[in-house]
Each structure stands twice: as C-alpha cells, then as structure tokens.
Design a protein around this ligand. Sequence first.
Ligand code: RP5
Length: 178
Amino acid sequence: MTDTPTGTPTGPATGRPAPRVGIVMGSDSDWPVMQAAAEALAEFEVPHEADVVSAHRMPEEMLDYGRRAHERGLSVIIAGAGGAAHLPGMLAAVTPLPVIGVPVPLKYLDGMDSLLSIVQMPAGVPVATVAVGGARNAGLLAVRILAATDPVLQERMRDFQAELRTAAHAKGEVVRRE
Ligand code: RP5
C-alpha cells in the first residue's frame, strides 16, 4: 500500500507494461479511498496508473487527460471525487472510454453530494457510478470490462467469484438447504 497517488510512467524507457486503467481523483486527499481501486487492479495484475487531475483546480490538465487517454492506450478510466464531484462526468464528456465514477465521502453530507453529482448524468454521457467510497468495486468493474475481451482476466475473475461464493459460507452458521 502506498501513501499517496503516484503517476506510473509508461513507455519503453520504464520497462513496465503500459497502463490499461487510469485512476484519477480530484485531490490527493481522495487517495485513502481511491487506493482500493489500485489494490483491486494489482490483485488481477492489471497495469494501471494513478494521478490527481482536478476538474476545478486544473481544468486544462483534466481535459487533456481525458482527450488523450484513449490514444495513450488506456481502456478504462476510474475517476473519484468528493463534494461537487464533476471530474468523472467531465472526463466522460471528452473521452470515448468507459468511465467509472467513485463518489468520495467528505466531512459533510455523508457523500450524498458526491454521489448525486456523479450519478445523475445527462442521457448520452454515461458514468458507471459505484457506491459512496466504493473504489474497490470500481477496480473490479474495470477488470470485468477488460475481461470481456481478455480470456486470462476472465479466468481470474471466475476464480475470484468462486472465492466469494466460498466466503459467503465461511462461518458455517447457516444450515444449508438440501
Ligand atoms: C474535490 O474536493 C476532491 O475530489 C476532494 O474530494 C475534495 C476536497 O479536496 P481537498 O480540499 O482535500 O484538496 O475536488
């Protein structure tokens, strides 16, 4: 686990695989929530990057990130923000890629402001919104999107789902039906 979001350099110079998923957020104060998305992607060995790209505080960079994400080789964007959370929607407006929005809960309103800012998109500009603070599910949803055309990831997802099924009965307190 890391303490702050770090951009993952890409390209031949790094020797690392190019990221397939971009995780962005409005502030590095969102990272304690958003790192769960990075952890889920790491579990499935999906190369990803993370960065701060605020819609309000760095609008030009945010638009540049959204416009270039596709040509940089990303397949999915996970965007988290809190309060007046315009980042996921604005990215969805300028990229053809699927955007998954993570409502980050702040001090007030229990994250309802974040949720409603992200989920209530106009027709034609979808953002796949997860639960308030649901960054892990955002990472898992990104894996599923990639797995649709990636048999290796699909197999890993099936294994993961089998583990979930086992975990649901882990305590063994419920007598199972015949
Ligand atoms: C939003 O404002 C960010 O996504 C963050 O959730 C919130 C607060 O940001 P900081 O004031 O902590 O930088 O844009």
